[in-house]
Write a protein that binds this ligand. Structure first.
Ligand code: M6R
Length: 611
C-alpha cells in the first residue's frame, strides 16, 4: 500500500529517490519522506504529497550516494510528519522504510518499553525498527543477522529497506506479502516496490520472493532467506517502456489510460485470437483446459473493479460453457469456511496482482485442493506467482487509481478463456464460435469510436457536476457495467452513486427517483431491450433525469431519455467492453469539473496490500 525506493551507488541518491517516489505515488500519498547518508543520517519527512516533501527538503543537506524514500498510505497512526517514514532507531543510527503491517507489534512494543525504549510515532514500523536495533546492539550480531532474527519473530506483512550510519556501504531489504524489486545497475543498486522507479537506469532486476532478504554491501548483492539459506539471485529483464509510465500529453493518467483502450485490448488479443482462421489460443492456461471443462464449477474471486469483470465473466462462462459459476468478493470468501473441492476451478482476477484479500483467498482455495488460474496485469506479481497457471492481460502499466483499461483487458481475457473452453467442450457451435471471434476482434475499433464521443460526454458532464446522487441501471451483461460506472463516479468525484440491476429498481431504489435524480441506463439493444425500455418509462413517469447509453440508431429511447449516448452495435456478451467507455469518461469529466484529484482520489491507493 505504500511505495518504497532505495538507491546505493555513485550517483546522487536524492533525485533518483524523489523521482521514484513520484512514480510510486499511486500506492499511497498521505505523507512522504527520505533518509540520506552523507556522513550524517539526514531524514526529511512531511505530511502530504511527494511534492510537499520536495518543497520541504529544498535547501537542506541532500547530497548523498545512499538513501531510502517512502510514500505512505496510513494504516497505523494518522497521516502526519511523525508517522511518516523513514523511521529512525532510538540510537539514531538506523533508518527504515516499511510497507505492510506488523500484527504482533503491540507485544514487541511492550517488551521494548520495559527496556526503556521511547517512541516518536504511533506506527508499528517504528516498533519493528527498534526491535531490530535492540537485537543488533544487545546480541552483537551483524545488522543483516539482526534483521533476519527479527523477521523470524514478527507476524504480518512487510517490504522493508534499512540503512545504517555506521555502515554507509550497506543497504538491507526484505519482503513478505508486499512486493520488492532490486535493480542491478553499473556499480549501483536500486530497490523499489515495483520496477517503475528503476527502468530508466537499468532493465536488470531481481524480484524478491517472500521471506527473502537482499543484502547489498560493498557493491555486491547477496540474497538469503530468513532460515539463513543463501539463494542464487534470479536476474530478469524488465520489459517496460518509459513512455508507458508517463502521461504522454494527457492531463491525467486516467484519461490517458481510457484513451489507450483500443491499443490495450488489441495487445491483449494479439497472438491469441486469429479470427480469420477461427483460432483462439491462450498458452498460459492451455494445459488446464481439460480440467476446466470437467470442473464441477468455477469460482471467481476478486475485489473492486476486478470483481465487476468477474461478474461479466460469470454470465459469459455460464452462457457459453454451461459450467456453474460463483463470483465472490475475496475479502468475504477468505474469512468464511467456503465449500471448495479439488473439482473446482478458481479464477483470481487482479490488476496489480498484489491485493492482500485476493492473495489470501487464493491460499485458502489452494489449501482445499482447488486449481487456481490467475488473470493479472502486472507481470511477476505475487498473484501471478502463486496461481497454478494464468493469462496476463497485457494492458500495460495502469497508474490512475481508478481502474479503466485493466477492466476491459480482464474481460477480454476472460471472454477468450470462456470461448476456448466452450469450443473444446462443444457447448458452442463452430459458426457461433467463429462469429464471436470476429466480433471480439472488432472491439478495439469500436472502442475507438466510443472515444470519439468524448466531447459530447464532456458537455453532458457539465450538467451533472453538482449532482449529489446518481443511479446506474443495467440488465444482463450490462448490470456489472452499471456497478462499474457507479464505482468510477464514487471513487473519483465523491458523488454517491449506486449500481443496480434495472429490474430490481422497483424493489426499493425507485423510491429515490425525483426530478433531481440522474439515472444512467445502459440500455443497448439486447435480449432484455424491451424490459429496460419499460424501466426507463418508469423513471420518466417519476420525473427522473435519464442519461441513456444506447445502440447507434436507437430512435425509441432517444425519444424518451434526456440525454442519449450512442455506442456501436456488438454482440450482447461483448457489450460491457463498449458500454463502459462512456461511463469512464463521464466520471472522469465530472471529477475534473469538481476539481477532484482524479489520479489520486482521497483515502484510496492503487494496490490494496492490507486486509
Ligand atoms: O489490483 P486489483 O485488481 O486486485 O485491485 C482491486 C481493487 O482494489 C481495484 O479494482 C479498485 O476497486 C479500483 N480502485 C477500482 O477503480
Amino acid at each position: 500500500m505504500c511505495g518504497i525506493v532505495g538507491y546505493i551507488g555513485e550517483k546522487e541518491a536524492y533525485p533518483i529517490i524523489i523521482k521514484g517516489l513520484q512514480r510510486l505515488e499511486y500506492r499511497g500519498y498521505d505523507s512522504a519522506g527520505v533518509a540520506l547518508l552523507n556522513g550524517d543520517l539526514n531524514v526529511y519527512k512531511k505530511k502530504g504529497k511527494v511534492s510537499d516533501l520536495h518543497a520541504f527538503a529544498k535547501g537542506k543537506k541532500l547530497s548523498a550516494n545512499s538513501g531510502i524514500g517512502h510514500t505512505r498510505w496510513a494504516t497505523h497512526g494518522e497521516p502526519n510528519d511523525e508517522n511518516a517514514h523513514p523511521h529512525v532507531s532510538q540510537n539514531g543510527k538506523l533508518a527504515m522504510i516499511h510497507n505492510g503491517i506488523i500484527e504482533n507489534y503491540a507485544s514487541i512494543k511492550t517488551e521494548l518499553l520495559q527496556k526503556g525504549y521511547e517512541f516518536n510515532s504511533d506506527t508499528d514500523s517504528e516498533v519493528f525498527l527498534n526491535f531490530i536495533e535492540d537485537i543488533h546492539t544487545n546480541t552483537n550480531v551483524s545488522l543483516a543477522e539482526a534483521v533476519r532474527l527479527a523477521l523470524n519473530k514478527v507476524v504480518g506483512a512487510y517490504a522493508i529497506a534499512i540503512i545504517s550510519l555506521e555502515e554507509p556501504d550497506l543497504m538491507i531489504a526484505a519482503r513478505k506479502g508486499s512486493p520488492l524489486v532490486v535493480g542491478l545497475g553499473n556499480k549501483e543498486f536500486f530497490i523499489a516496490s515495483d520496477a517503475t522507479p528503476i527502468i530508466e537506469y537499468t532493465n536488470e532486476v531481481v524480484y524478491l520472493d517472500d521471506q527473502e532478504i537482499a543484502i547489498i554491501k560493498d557493491n555486491n548483492l547477496t540474497i538469503k532467506n530468513i532460515e539463513d539459506v543463501e539463494m542464487k539471485p534470479y536476474v530478469q529483464k524488465v520489459d517496460m517502456e518509459l513512455e508507458s509510465i508517463e502521461k504522454g500529453g494527457f492531463d491525467h493518467f486516467m484519461l490517458k489510460e481510457i484513451f489507450e483502450q483500443p491499443k490495450s485490448i488489441g495487445d491483449c488479443l494479439r497472438g491469441r485470437l486469429i479470427s480469420k482462421e477461427g483460432k483462439l489460443h491462450l498458452g498460459g492456461i492451455a494445459d488446464y483446459t481439460n480440467k476446466v471443462l470437467n470442473a464441477d464449477r468455477i469460482l471467481i474471486i476478486a475485489c473492486g473493479t476486478s470483481w465487476h469483470a468477474g461478474l461479466v465473466a460469470e454470465y459469459i462462462f455460464e452462457e457459453y460453457c454451461r459450467i456453474p459459476v460463483e463470483v465472490e468478493y475475496a475479502s468475504e470468501f477468505r474469512y468464511r469456511n467456503p465449500v471448495v473441492s479439488e473439482k473446482d476451478i478458481v479464477i483470481a482476477i487482479s490488476q496489480s496482482g498484489e491485493t492482500a484479500d485476493t492473495l489470501a483467498a487464493i491460499e485458502l482455495a489452494k489449501s482445499k485442493g482447488a486449481t487456481i488460474l490467475g488473470v493479472c496485469n502486472v507481470v511477476g506479481s505475487s498473484i501471478a506467482r502463486v496461481t497454478h497457471a494464468g493469462s496476463y492481460t497485457h494492458a500495460g502499466p495502469e497508474i490512475g487509481v481508478a481502474s479503466t483499461k485493466a477492466f476491459t483487458a480482464q474481460i477480454s481475457v476472460l471472454t477468450m478463456m470462456a470461448l476456448m473452453i466452450a469450443q473444446k467442450k462443444g457447448t458452442l457451435t463452430e459458426s457461433a464460435f467463429r462469429n464471436l471471434l470476429v466480433e471480439l476482434d472488432s472491439i478495439p475499433d469500436k472502442v475507438a469510436k466510443c472515444l470519439d464521443l468524448n466531447p459530447q460526454i464532456e458537455i453532458i458532464s457539465e450538467k451533472f457536476k453538482e449532482a449529489a446522487n446518481f443511479l446506474y441501471l443495467g440488465r444482463g451483461y450490462n448490470f456489472p457495467v452499471a456497478l462499474e460506472g457507479a464505482l468510477k463516479l464514487k471513487e473519483i468525484s465523491y458523488i454517491h452513486a449506486e449500481g443496480y440491476p434495472a429490474a430490481e429498481m422497483k424493489h426499493g431504489p425507485i423510491a429515490l427517483i425525483d426530478e433531481n435524480m440522474p439515472v444512467v441506463f445502459i440500455a443497448t439493444k439486447d435480449s432484455s431491450y424491451e424490459k429496460i425500455v419499460s424501466n426507463i418509462q418508469e423513471v420518466k413517469a417519476r420525473k427522473g433525469i435519464v442519461i441513456a447509453i444506447v445502440t447507434e440508431g436507437d430512435d425509441v429511447i432517444t425519444g424518451m431519455a434526456d440525454h442519449v449516448i450512442e455506442v456501436p452495435h456488438v454482440h450482447e456478451s461483448l457489450m460491457p467492453l463498449i458500454a463502459v467507455i462512456p461511463l469512464q469518461l463521464l466520471s472522469y469529466h465530472i471529477a475534473v469539473m469538481r476539481d477532484c484529484n482524479v489520479d489520486q482520489p482521497r483515502n484510496l491507493a492503487k494496490s490494496v496490500t492490507v486486509e
